[in-house]
Write a new protein. Sequence first.
Lengths: 157, 389
Amino acid sequence: MKIEDLKNMIEENLRGIDVEITTREPNIIDVKVSRDKIIEVAEKLKGKGFDHVKSVTAVDYPGERFEVIYIVSSYESPLSYFLVSLRTSLPYDDPRMSSLLSVWPSVLYQEHEEHDLMGIEFEGNPRMGERLLLPESYEGIPPLRKEFKVKVEGIDA
Amino acid sequence: MSLEERTLELLIGPQHPASGHMRLVAKIDGDIVVELRPNIGYVHRSVEKLAEVKKFLQIIPLVERPSLADTTANNLAYVMALEKLLGIDPPERAKYLRTLLAEINRIHSHLYGLGIHGVMIGSSTAYMWCFGDREPFLELAQELTGARLTYSYIIPGGVRRDLPKGFAERAEKAIKYLEGRMKDYFDIYFNNPVVKARLEGVGVLSKEDAIKLGVTGPNLRASGVAYDVRRAEPYAAYPHLDFDVITEEEGDCYARVMVRVREIMESIKIIRQVLKEIPEGPILHESYEKLIPPKLREEMKQRGVVKFPSVFANLRVPAGEAISRVEGGRGEVVFHVISDGKLSPYRMRMVTPSFRNVILFEHLTRGARVADIPAIYGSLDYFPPEADR
């Protein structure tokens, strides 16, 4: 299967939804969508055989936006060669979106981690409000945000 | 009595319930697990945050540390992401050497997992044997890279050292030894009725659930899913090599053990091919090699040890985004690197197999006996620092 064929298939599949689809050679397809349509897109991708999520990456662009990227693929050939990066932007003062847990149960811990360390709210993920990697008592800026500065320790500090 | 009144909370860990710190919080009714939640983060090193303040080359040792038994996978996956951004394809010989180390590492990582599992279900013999028999492979890795575990062998554009003289003979000796030992392992351990009773039919993961939960590595393949990154998106020298993707159908603890055992045999097959077919040639990409002063370059070729070109100290990686994946011993390692063209990544996401598999603790223990928790835990080859990162 060629990446262009897959792109056409996905475009066909997502017709009617406002998405922006681009490709990166040799095997990555970027699908950009607004946060209120992401579940719909996720369901359609799953229907086409994209059966699991490999990574949920949240990126902080301070004062501007957060970007949340789901790297989605399949365990079955030929789709297993391709990666779909399903991405959405969240406003900086309101970093919340629907959890994709109902579509892909494999996001349970990944969304939880981005909630814990980046402070993103995934509505519908039952682990929201709980800590995952940080101590229960942690309060303050989510450490993966850019405004959290790594303290220098040791003789030069 | 309500369920709430009947159940008891049982805390297992966090001080080393097996291999590295983590805590299991189990709700039990009698000796049946009603619900279990892994409580992780005790060995969190904030690798992703530190990567944003370290230079690109300094991140190599950083990403290796969380997965001490399986450092090659992280080293390779990270460097592959950089190479995608740099637009560099390493020379063929370097690709074979990467594959060689990856497979040596897979063997000793699997032996590590099998040994820890052994001691968790009460077989100290399995533990001693597996750990003892890792040694010849650690020695091989050390001879190739200079280190026993944290190799930092794979660098952008190639590898740090060439194959030492006589390596193939010594590798063959280690391989023959392990092949001979496998019979003993089956006699004493894998075919032992006690071991089988503890592992067969325990912690069964169905194929559907394995896919749904996004499980990876031997844990996935033991449930009948033939997914292996080495075949799905071939890298290094794997496109040229003949090996099977090992699967089992049962999805129980025993199947997960068997996948690892059979994969050791496949790794042996790969190592033999690599040592037979490895092409001659440079081990570092020419665009880096030519930056090294001629005299040093000559010395480097004679000794088979790479001198780092000065650009490495302040390596700038072009702005962009790269995703790489590698099949490590425990499963798929995914790196997602976003660069803004500066000296450190803007964002680096590192997803390890243990983090993908942590979900299995809650899934596989539901309804299991308390006594089966260690059997299930060990069968996952879960490594807390690798999950926490």
